[in-house]
Design a protein around this ligand. Structure first.
Ligand code: WQD
Length: 366
């Protein structure tokens, strides 16, 4: 049973491959390394070797093939399906910087939508029924009612978010489409995972988030201030309607997020028609997609995260208060009860683990 992981050398993709291999799945990776590097795959192999030494080989899966290629290159993607029997796809490949998407909307629409459509077309052609799609809490837009739940209305405030919502719709419509006359038994079954704020790194310190240039997101910026790479953090506003005035988010450890993908895949592969239909109805999603929030259900403010990082790692994190960042909302955190009820998944790691593991990665960054 081969699982194709697009964008598998990326931040969330690499952590998910570690957990998939640990769960015994065999993996095919496709990545163009536009926001990652081949060395990440080598480090995944080292992590798995070390896990074999400590915990025994168990039923570890194998990396069957690593293909350097762009998922937008349909011919290249078809070759991956031709050369490997793919049972399911976990589709991470895509651009993900909100600010950049505002500056370069067409680049985002073309890349993120074409890759999703190519994957869907190849799945249909080669009879692969399951896709786990990397979506985002960004699709909830400026909702001011927390916690965010899957049945809430969705709308976006930036092109990146729209590419995620449009990709969700493409996959829903593929699922709802009429059965294929030549293959009436074929079912297209998408699972849409809406991530909240992924942070942290693998406990080994060997893989983590490696943003190019000035970090857009809070945790990588905190790490770089603590490491002396940046002088200080600017807190984007302290006049929000939150306990300490700074923005509140649902930070989730990337290892918990990765485990959520394994649970979603395992559930999808074993769900019968009635379980699948029940999951889709609960999400009240048009068409046949199962939608799940992957968050902790707990909100943490900017200043709480800064304080936790400094305390856990005994390192100063100097900051100043600056103006609000355009497009930011005050508070965002998940209702993750559906993922717990249906997938049997919930986040296990806390803010201290996220801060400790982020710092280890920052210091050991290769
Ligand atoms: C978190 C909080 C900022 C930087 C983004 C994407 C979302 C998802 C997760 C992909 C906010 C504050 C930040 C800084 C600050 N990515 N902040 N100073 O905006 O919640 O979500 O990442 O799916 O799509 O939008 O994350 O880390 O940028 O901000 O004060 O230098 O930290 O105002 O309150 P965000 P973030």
């Amino acid at each position: 049973m081969n699982i194709l992981v697009t964008g598998g050398a990326g931040y969330i993709g690499s952590h998910t491959i570690v957990e998939l291999l640990g769960a015994g799945y065999d993996i095919v990776v496709m990545d163009n390394y536009s926001n990652s590097a081949p060395s990440v795959i080598d480090r995944i192999r080292r992590i798995m070797e070390e896990e074999k030494q400590t915990a025994g080989a168990g039923n570890q899966g194998r990396i069957i093939d690593v293909v350097e290629g762009d998922v937008c290159d349909k011919a290249a993607l078809r070759r991956v399906f031709e050369n490997n029997s793919i049972s399911a796809v976990i589709h991470f490949a895509g651009y993900k910087a909100v600010g950049e998407s505002v500056e370069k909307p067409l680049m985002y629409y073309r890349n993120n939508l074409e890759s999703t459509m190519n994957v869907a077309e190849c799945m249909k052609e080669f009879g692969t029924e399951y896709i786990i799609f990397s979506s985002s809490a960004t699709v909830y837009g400026m909702n001011n009612r927390v916690p965010f739940v899957e049945t809430m209305p969705v709308s976006c405030t930036n092109p990146y978010g729209w590419t995620k919502l449009m990709s969700e719709q493409i996959l829903r419509d593929m699922a709802a489409g009429a059965p294929d006359k030549e293959r009436p038994d074929y079912r297209f079954r998408p699972v849409l995972l809406r991530y909240f704020n992924p942070v942290g790194a693998h406990r080994s310190g060997m893989i983590g988030e490696n943003p190019k240039g000035i970090p857009n997101n809070l945790m990588p910026y905190i790490q770089q201030v603590a490491a002396g790479i940046r002088e200080k953090l600017t807190v984007f506003g302290d006049d929000y309607d939150t306990p300490d005035g700074t923005g509140v988010r649902d930070y989730i450890h990337v290892t918990d997020l990765a485990k959520g993908h394994v649970k979603a895949l395992t559930w999808a592969l074993s769900a019968d028609d009635s379980q699948w239909e029940a999951a889709c109805e609960a999400a009240s999603s048009s068409g046949g997609a199962a939608v799940f929030n992957l968050g902790t259900g707990r909100g943490t403010s900017v200043l709480e995260l800064v304080t936790a990082f400094a305390d856990v790692n005994s390192v100063p994190v100097p900051y100043v208060i600056g103006p609000r960042r355009a497009g930011d909302i005050a508070t965002c955190y998940a209702d993750a009860s559906r993922a717990k009820e249906i997938l049997g998944w919930e986040a296990e790691l806390g803010i201290e683990d996220m801060c400790r593991d982020s710092w280890r990665w920052q210091r050991l960054d290769f």
